[in-house]
Design a binder for this molecule. Structure first.
Ligand code: NAD
Ligand code: TYD
Length: 331
């Protein structure tokens, strides 16, 4: 199996590459990654020594680069994205380019290469905030922040390439991932970082917003399953079964680190903050997948992983210094 993984030096990408190499002896993996602030060769530690892996630094928005990278591939797993909501609020420019235009270029390259499957990784955020029953795949999309709007655009563009051009694309809609190698701008690693430095934890608004947490390894198992057994043209929700108010998650982090709850500080809310994400995962469950990592065990192990990788966190945070200074000024 010859695979191109876009964004393979990012959080989910580097976990997915490790998972595929462990699960599929015959895998040949080419990673295409621009190495933005979020991606790093560090994340592929131990992976690049594997003769089955090739790393190419390049931008999915560059048609020639993505076409060259897709040559000879049977499968494409498209993960490259500008993945942070808060950054897309400061400026949506990079998200529009990479998430929408870049995805268009990936689909074009997939057509040109004649690949047998493209797995497009979308997000639960395309549905918008959930006020009633958990969303099912046929529900209308109602993205409410620039990040999720660019992801919804790419999600529907992927579907249009299936309908119009017969591109064999499967769409994954995972919920909030957690686990090793997550860039420390997202809630869990950012708060571990802050707490370890005894700095206050800036909780947006009430902190009662609900996220569903999916361990990245459970997610990687779902992605490999969808790559091999998903129905082209179909979308699949991937839900971790762990809907938790942010404050509950934050208290677990503090407890695992032995830090006091007095570090919690309620700050100005994120504009357009979705209060709850929730999905029904019956469709992928019918394919035989279910999450296996128990929430409290998973988050405690994740917190410890970050605490044990402080140098990695320090280098990662340093790459995003200007953002942290701008976004958290006054928060
Ligand atoms: P991440 O920010 O950790 O990694 C993104 C990777 O993409 C980085 O390595 C970065 O260098 C690379 N990249 C960015 N722009 C690029 C470009 N123009 N060309 C090539 N590479 C580029 O993100 P992640 O958390 O690993 O998310 C991966 C995918 O999963 C994204 O599509 C994201 O929208 C989706 N997703 C993530 C979550 C989550 O909780 N992390 C949840 C649902 C969906
Ligand atoms: P985040 O990890 O940014 O993921 P997303 O917004 O894509 O769900 O945020 C998870 C939740 O944590 C979300 O409700 C926003 C909240 N949050 C804070 O309260 N403070 C913070 O500094 C961050 C980064 C997130």
């Amino acid at each position: 199996m010859r695979l191109l993984v876009t964004g393979g030096a990012g959080f989910i990408g580097c976990n997915f590459v490790r998972h595929v190499l462990a699960q599929r002896r015959n895998a040949r993996v080419r990673v295409l990654d621009k190495l933005t602030y979020a991606g790093s060769i560090d994340n592929l530690e131990g992976v690049l020594d594997d003769p089955r892996v090739e790393f190419v630094q390049g931008d999915i928005c560059d048609q020639a680069a993505i076409e060259t990278a897709a040559e000879g591939a049977d499968f494409i797993v498209h993960l490259a994205a500008e993945s942070h909501v808060d950054r897309s609020i400061i400026s949506a420019e990079a998200a529009v380019q990479t998430n929408f235009v870049g995805s268009f270029r990936v689909f074009e390259a997939a057509r040109a290469a004649g690949v047998s499957r493209v797995l497009h990784v979308s997000t639960d955020e395309v549905y918008g905030a959930c006020e009633g029953e958990p969303f099912v795949e046929g529900d209308p999309l109602n993205p409410r922040n620039p990040y999720s709007a660019t992801k919804a655009g790419a999600d529907r563009l992927a579907h249009s390439y299936f309908v119009t051009h017969g591109l064999p694309v499967v769409i994954a809609r995972p919920s909030n991932n957690y686990g090793p190698w997550q860039y420390p701008e997202k809630l869990i690693p950012f708060f571990v970082w802050r707490a370890l430095s005894d700095e206050h934890l800036p909780v947006y608004g009430s902190g009662l917003q609900i996220r569903d947490w999916l361990h990245v390894l459970d997610h990687c198992r779902a992605l490999l399953l969808l790559l091999e057994a998903g129905e082209p043209g179909e979308a699949y929700n991937i839900h971790g079964g762990n809907e938790r108010p942010n404050l509950e998650t934050i208290r677990l982090i503090l407890d695992e680190l032995g830090k006091p709850e007095s570090l919690i500080r309620h700050v100005e809310d994120r504009p357009g903050h979705d209060v709850r994400y929730a999905m029904d995962a019956a469709k992928i469950t019918a394919l035989g997948w279910r999450p296996e990592i128990e929430w409290e065990t998973g988050i405690r192990a994740t917190v410890r992983w970050f605490a044990e990788h402080r140098e990695w966190m320090e280098r990662s945070v340093a790459r995003g210094k200007a953002y942290f200074e701008e976004w958290y000024a006054g928060r």
